[in-house]
Design a protein around this ligand. Sequence first.
Ligand SMILES: [Zn+2]
Length: 59
Amino acid sequence: MTADAYLVILCDGADCPEPEGHWPVRFEPHTHRELRRLLKKHRGWRRTRDGRDLCPNHA
Ligand SMILES: [Zn+2]
C-alpha cells in the first residue's frame, strides 16, 4: 500500500516560495479537479482562464 500517495498541484507563479498545493489525505480528494475545489475554497488558490494554478501568494 502506498499510504503516502496524495494529489498535488503546483503553483505557476514566478519564484513561488511554496509551490505545492495539496490536501490532507483523510479528506480524500480523488481527482485534481476536486483538489482544486478544496484548495480554492479553503486555501485561496486560483485557477486562471488559461489553465494555470496560482497559490494564495500569487492570486
Ligand atoms: Zn505561488
